[in-house]
Design a protein around this ligand. Structure first.
Ligand code: ADP
Ligand code: MG
Length: 475
């Protein structure tokens, strides 16, 4: 049987999958498509230039081994960088980049959509000399890269952030979307990028704004009848950092105005940095056209810090505060507060405060008390298993029935309710909720959440189900 691009690539994948973590495999190899095979050169398509750079930096060895096994010593790898279409302009152009000197394995082709050369903006609100108006960046200088410790959990996001800071608007990660759970450093990293840019490019206008404040400003501008001034103000920013973008969910007007600002900035090579507490696929009630733009650049996740990173963060904080703490207490804290760096810092501050007010030494006992106070309250998260149990008990069925493939209405409804509450009460992603509730995909879960929302406003009986279950789950 003759070899095809696909068969060769599939064999490579099988080999690679066995040799790297499944998370890395999913992130970096699943999105790749094999496109063609000529002689000994396999062309693979990757979604962005960053992607290609990352593969080259971290996986070139394993790629080489895998490909040599398949195609022999003369094997070559060609990357085709294919970004999602932008601005509806479908004429692509191809740009060849001279072969990289990092490895001799590959050459690259870059296939990016042609952008409209944007015409000189004619905006009636352009006030001559407005560029000289100084815009305060709203950045917190303490949130910088130096104080943002690196670890496995934030490596991708941090290095993407550094790359953006080195060349704002000039990398393929535009927008850069940083997402992750509460207290994992999104705001800190967003500021750090801005602070670094201000440092390197003092002439650039950088603005940090929370999505909440952005929304308020927008509403205000509509009231005062100066929506255009509002838009114009944002369009002259060089680097726009919008924190907690998920808060735009359900706000159609603000999303619309942000869409226009985003397009303008992006089209003019300005950098946009966004943070969110969810991945784009898990964002609810955000317009599709915005979501698809969020995915143009790079989405980088901040994960829970591993043990070593937690210890490093604690020690760094103690050092900056000029406080000493016994090693066993540092370890105790690192072992007991795992999922939120803000809580970790809170516990340290409170520990120091207790010991100095009461003139007591910092002991393990005191640490335990404080950790209990900190963690117990937030550890109340109910599990998806528990939710399924409560919902099936309520409808007097067993969990297997709730998860089954049946389309019987009352079972479907129970399943949808379980999905709805899983979304409401846990931090799990839609995809992960789906896989735990009867192997469904994220779209099914999203649909379930919407259905429950709809039914509870239109159907009285159904609303009662929601209320009852809500009570049971929050008890
Ligand atoms: P989020 O915006 O994701 O909720 P923040 O950026 O507010 O989280 O971070 C919470 C706290 O944790 C901040 O005080 C921040 O300085 C600290 N922090 C987060 N990540 C790191 C890190 N990698 N190194 C040092 N401190 C960190
Ligand atoms: Mg934040």
């Amino acid at each position: 049987m003759s070899k095809t691009a696909e068969s060769v690539w599939n064999n490579c994948l099988a080999f690679i999958e066995d040799n790297i973590t499944s998370q890395a495999y999913k992130t970096w190899f699943e999105p790749i498509k094999a496109v063609k095979l000529t002689d000994n050169a396999l062309s693979i398509q990757v979604p962005s230039k960053f992607f290609y750079e990352w593969l080259e930096e971290h996986y070139v060895k394993i790629l080489k081994v895998a490909l040599t096994k398949e195609l022999g010593q003369t094997a070559k790898l060609v990357y085709i960088i294919k970004m999602e279409n932008t601005y509806g302009n479908k004429q692509p152009f191809t740009e060849k980049i001279p072969s990289s000197n990092r490895s001799n394995l590959q050459s690259q082709e870059v296939d990016v959509p042609l952008k409209n050369k944007s015409p000189e903006l004619k905006n009636p609100f352009v006030i001559p000399g407005i560029r000289n108006v100084k815009i305060e960046s709203q950045l917190n200088p303490n949130y910088n890269f130096e104080s943002f410790l690196e670890g496995e959990s934030n490596r991708l996001a941090r290095s993407a952030g550094l790359a953006v800071a080195n060349k704002p608007g000039g990398t393929s990660f535009n927008p850069l979307l940083i997402f992750g759970g509460v207290g994992l450093g999104k705001t800190h990293l967003g500021h750090a990028i801005g602070v670094d840019i201000k440092d390197k490019y003092p002439e650039k206008t950088v603005l940090y704004i929370s999505a909440e404040k952005f929304t308020q400003q927008y509403i205000e501008s509509v009231k005062k009848n100066n929506r255009n001034d509002f838009i114009h103000f944002y369009q002259i920013i060089d680097v726009l950092i919008v924190d907690d973008i998920q808060l735009l969910s359900g706000k159609a007007g603000t999303q619309d105005v942000f869409f226009h600002i985003f397009n303008h900035l992006h089209q003019n090579g300005k950098q946009v940095i966004l943070t969110s507490d969810k991945a784009p696929v898990d964002m609810i009630d955000i317009e599709q056209r915005l979501l698809s733009r969020f995915k143009w650049g790079l989405s980088a996740e901040l994960n829970h810090p591993d043990y070593d990173t937690r210890v490093a963060i604690i020690k760094n904080k103690l050092y900056r505060d000029g406080v000493e703490m016994p090693e066993d207490i540092v370890e105790f804290l690192a072992n007991n507060i795992k999922t939120n760096i803000r809580e970790l810092e809170g516990a340290i501050i409170s520990l120091i405060a207790h010991s100095s007010f009461n003139k007591k030494e910092i002991t393990i006992d005191l640490a335990r008390k404080i950790v209990d106070n900190y963690v117990k309250h937030t550890k109340r998260e109910v599990s998806i298993d528990y939710i399924q149990k409560v919902v099936s008990d309520y409808f007097q069925m067993d969990v297997d029935t709730l998860q089954s493939k049946t389309r019987k209405r009352h079972i479907v409804q129970a399943r949808q309710l379980a999905m709805f509450f899983a979304k409401k009460f846990t931090k799990a992603s839609l995809a992960s909720i789906g896989s735990q509730i009867g192997q469904r995909d994220h779209a099914t879960v999203l649909h379930a959440c919407k259905t429950v929302d709809n039914l509870s406003t239109t159907d009285k009986q159904f609303r009662k189900y929601v209320e009852d279950l809500n009570k049971k789950l929050t008890l």
